[in-house]
Structure formats: structure tokens, C-alpha cells
Design a protein around this ligand. Sequence first.
Ligand SMILES: [Zn+2]
Length: 322
Amino acid sequence: VRYIVGIDIGGTNLVVGTVAEDGSELVGEVSEPTHSEEGADAVMGRIGRLVKSSIAGARGKEIAGVGIGSPGPLDTARGVVLFTPNLGWTNFPLRDRVSKMTGLPAELDNDANCAIYGEWWRGAARGARAVVGLTIGTGIGGGIVLDGKIYHGVSDVAGEIGHTTIDPTGRRCKCGNYGCLEAYASGPAIAARAAEGIESGVETSLGKYVGGDLGKLTAQVVYQAAHDGDLYAREVVNDTAKLLGAGVANIINIFNPDVVVICGGVTLAGALLFDPLRREVHRRAFKDAVKACRIVPGELPGTAGVFGAAAAFIHKHRGGSA
Ligand SMILES: [Zn+2]
């Protein structure tokens, strides 16, 4: 069995691992903070060292190539990152830089596409025919996997589910549009909605979790307070579930998928989020589509992107199982 190095480039962390072509194992998993503020060359140097140490961890296995998952927008055919606000890269030939640095063939795909592809290959959506997924963190990424292939659309934009409109006159989004799902249900958006309620005087223990400093409020704190029984925190989680439910109902009516997989920090909210989310989807989407679809949390936290980047390489080079 040959092995493929998977690189998951995040705004905060770089994760690299070496994956067996048949998906049976991930070895040499290493990670470091991205420190994108040090510039592209510094980040590339860090990636190079991580790849080396991951391959060393794979102990003499034959390495067939490198798959890279990066924030976009991208031109996957040319292997170029067109622009990424998080990393500050513009028209950056990431695929060829990695290939030159490692001496291995490389392929590039969107980070969220890779995470959902990883969940399809080895995680919660294994074996599914039509998978749509969300990765909820600092933003909301999305990916679509149809019949074992990432669906890219005609210009690599498909899957931007975080930027679908759920309220035409709603909150301003970082993308410039108003009322995007991401402006309500990303981690920072959940924290911001919670902070607004506290500022308007609702009764809640949330302030105590952050020593009265609302700037320190995060979605994780909201989930913790909700689990501890704070009624306002539960209301915020419940509202989040309904907003996500509207987004997922749209997905289900468009794609009629067998699995919708939800990845990222939001899964820590557990049943407090998933139960009302499923109820909302049930209310909104077509019954036959809802019946055919499982809505599940991701099973590969931290490594879905690495598995998926490797799978994207295998798919582009054929001959593999992904
Ligand atoms: Zn947006």
C-alpha cells in the first residue's frame, strides 16, 4: 500500500498527516500554529518541515504524493490560491510550491471540500451517495460530495453554504452580502448574538463564565453554560439550531442527500443543538427528503481535512479507492 501526505491549512493551525491509499490508517500526524502574519514564505517553510516530519513518522512507507486543503477561493485546475483573507495570499501557486519543495506530485482543493470528502471517505458519511456538509468554526464552510466525487461547480465556487442567504435584510456578512447563514451561526456570530442579549439586559449567568468581559465570550462558553442549565444560553443555542435548520432544509430540498454532516466546534453543543435542528428541518423540508437523510456530527474532528486532502489527491490520480 502506498501513502499520501495530507495537508490541512487553517487560519490558526496547520495539520499534516500521512494516509494509506486504502484509507486504513493515518500515521505521522503533526501540527503547528500557522502564524500567517509572518508571511507566505514562513508558512511554506513550516509546511515543508511538517511534511518532512510526517513522512519520517511514516517510517519508510512509499509516498505517492501530497494533497493540500486550503481556504479559497481557489483555481483547482491551476493549483492556485486566488485570494484568502485569513492567510493574506493572492494568486499564490500553492500546489506547485508544495510540489517543488517536497519533490512529490501535489493536488489542491478547498479546505471545507476536503473536510467533507474526508468524512465521506473515512468518517460519518462513509458510503453515502450524496453528502452535503458544513464545517462550522470561525466561518461556515461547506462541501458537496456526489457519487464519490467532490462537486466543484464550473468555477470552483460550489459548496459555499455559509454564504447562502437566510434573511434578505439581515446581518452584514464578511463577504459583503447581508443575511448569510455564516453571519448568524459561525462561532463568532453565535458569541455576538449572545453578547447582544446580555447588553440588552437579559438575565443570564453567561457573564460569570468570562469574568464580566463580554469580549471573551465564545460559542464554546455559550454551549458550556447551556449544558450547565443557563436558560438564556439554551435560548441562544436553540435559535442557532433553528437558523442552521433553515439552512439545512434548503440543502435537503436542493440535493436530496442521504447524509448531511455537520463538523466543527458547534458539534460540542450535542443534543442541545442537534435535536431542535432536526425538528426545524422536519418542519421545513420535503418529507420524503427528510426521511431519506441522516443529519449527523462529523466523526473525524481535527483529521477530516487531512484524510480528505489525501483522498482528493488519490481521486485526481485514480487507481485508488477514494
Ligand atoms: Zn456571506
